[in-house]
Each structure stands twice: as C-alpha cells, then as structure tokens.
Design a protein around this ligand. Structure first.
Ligand code: MRU
Length: 315
C-alpha cells in the first residue's frame, strides 16, 4: 500500500500509525496499530474518532492486515469486528462494506487507497461549496471536532471554516467545548491554534446567551449519519444548538460527504444512537455509581437545518 499522511493517520512503509486523540492537546503521541483488534480498541476509546476518519482508518487497517498475509477469511472476520466498533457513524460501515466487496476481487489495497484519496477530495468539495456561505467578519459557532482530525482531509464543518479563513475572510470562531468528552475544547481548539484562526472557547451552555446578544452570525456542524429525509445525527448537544439557532434566526448548516448519507434510514428515528460509559458523564464531580444517561449523539430534524452542505453542493 502506498504511503498516505493526514493530520491524525499515517501509513508509511507498510506501517500504520494513529495520533492518539485522547492525549491531545497536551501530548502528540503517535501509536502504531498492529492488528484489527488494536484498531477496534483505538476506535472504542476515541483515540481514533470522527465519522470519516474511523471509516478510512478501518479500511487502511484491513488492507495492511491482508498485505501482511492474513487470509481472506481472517480479513472477513476482522471486517465484521471493525464494522460494529461504533454504531452511529455510517461512514465506518460504508468503508468496511466497500473493502469487503474489493476483497472478492482481490483489490483491497487499491480500495483502501481510493477511500483515503476520496475523503481528501470530498473535504475540498465541501469546503468549496460551504465557504461561499461565510461573509467577511462573520462570527461562527461550531460544535465538536470536524476538522483534519476527524477526516483525512481538511475536515467537514471545520474545513469550510478553514477555507473561508484561507480565502482572506476575517472570521471569528466560537468553539463549543462539547461535553462530556470535550472534542471542542481539546481538539478543535488545538487545530484552530495550529491554523492561526482566531477563536474563543465557550462552554456548551453559553451558546444561547451569545446568540441572544447577536454575537453569532452562522453555525456549522458535521454529521455522523444523515437519514433519507435530511434529519442528521451528530455529537450530543448539536440538537440544542440547532434549536437555539432556529429561535434566534441564526443560519444552521450541516456539512457532510455523501459517505455520511444513509438512505436505508428513512428518518432520524431510524439512526442507532451510541450510548457510552457512564463514567464519561460522572467524571470526578458526581457521586460514584450515580445513575447516568450518556447518549453520544443526538438527531437534529431537517426542519431546523438551513441546508446540508454536501460534497455535491447545497441540499
Ligand atoms: O464521538 P466523535 O468524536 O467521533 O464524534 C464526532 C462528531 O460528532 C463529528 O461531528 C462527526 O463525526 C462529523 S465530523 C467529520
């Protein structure tokens, strides 16, 4: 397999490395992934995360495994394990299914390279369409992390924001910290710092006040799965942002590639929502063992979405 490098994933001379996103922003630790089981574990603990990235990472690991001599039966078994590593992001299932189809034709390596290169190109296309929605001087709200760490290109929602900045628009980004795992505070803040894009970190419960004070002009988020009717699942808290944006007449855009669209889900109610470990919510603050509900994603109904920014354009 050829060498491929992104912000959070590297394939170099036959070895696969991931940037441990749980250690960011304080430590930039690259881990070598040596087996499909290791990749499953990395995805479970969100060392590798973001809907498009987990799909690409799973594809590269399957190709690497096959190149190292795994039988087709072993690759199939590994694919089954990776496919269910996280239930909401459909990009993962789509990538694994493409790899399984390629396995039959002995084109696993070619397909993994295609999936990687395609994700880079999809990000460019989304950025190109979405960037036009941003005006000079806009103050932009975003939620979770949707940048180079969540894809192998420049990102979905954050890619749009980045392109506007690179095109000379004077923007300011408000970054939701994104409870409970702080992808905004840890990862988006890290990316924006590296890119030199001006931003302010806020806690999730401040977005309403900022909108009421007319300090937010536009909102961009990503998605883990978009149903056939346009309802979109994304990181928990996205729905609250959408409701606030609707109330305050702030345009609210969901940016995603075609690999996130799942026509087999008629509406958002059909999208499986991952529930994660209770300790993620309890943290150090709550009494040990207290009852917790921890859905990792919520669904924003299409009527709250101004438009989807897809790689093909606005929908
Ligand atoms: O649980 P995570 O960190 O994988 O959740 C990520 C998100 O919710 C992103 O917004 C989504 O994957 C789209 S980003 C390209």
């Amino acid at each position: 397999m050829k060498d491929m490098v992104s912000m959070g994933l590297r394939h170099e001379r036959g070895k696969l490395f991931v940037l441990d996103q749980q250690k960011l922003p304080h430590q930039e630790l690259w881990l070598e992934c040596k087996s499909p089981q290791e990749m499953v574990d990395l995805i479970h603990r969100l060392a590798v995360r973001g809907a498009p990235l987990i799909g690409v990472a799973a594809a590269l690991e399957l190709a690497r495994y096959y190149e190292r001599g795994a039988t087709k039966a072993a690759v199939r078994e590994a694919a089954g394990m990776l496919r269910v590593a996280r239930p909401t992001a459909v990009n993962l299932m789509a990538a694994v299914d493409r790899m399984l189809a390629a396995l039959a034709a002995d084109e696993l390596v070619k397909m993994a390279e295609t999936i990687f290169d395609e994700d880079v190109a999809l990000c460019e296309d989304m950025a190109c369409h979405g960037e036009l929605l941003i005006k000079d001087g806009d103050r932009i709200l975003t939620h979770c992390n949707t940048g180079g760490l969540a894809t192998v290109g420049i990102g979905t929602a954050l890619g749009v924001i980045r392109r506007a900045f690179e095109n000379g628009k004077r923007i300011h980004v408000y970054v939701d910290e994104t409870r409970p795992l702080l992808q905004g505070a840890r990862l988006t803040a890290w990316e924006l710092t590296k890119l030199g894009i001006p931003f302010t970190l806020i806690s999730d419960n401040m977005a309403g006040m900022l909108m009421a004070q007319k300090k937010i002009d536009i909102a961009f988020v990503g998605s883990d799965r978009i149903a056939a009717n346009g309802d979109a699942a994304n990181k928990i808290g996205t729905y609250s942002v959408a409701v606030l944006a609707h109330y305050h007449h702030v345009p609210f855009y969901v940016v995603a590639p075609y690999t996130t669209v799942d026509k087999s889900c008629a509406t958002g109610a059909d999208i499986p929502i991952e529930e994660r470990n209770s300790d993620e919510i309890r943290g150090e603050a709550a009494p040990r063992g207290c009852a917790v509900y921890n859905p990792a994603f919520d669904v924003t109904p299409r009527k709250l979405i101004t438009a989807l920014v897809l790689n093909t354009g606005l929908a």
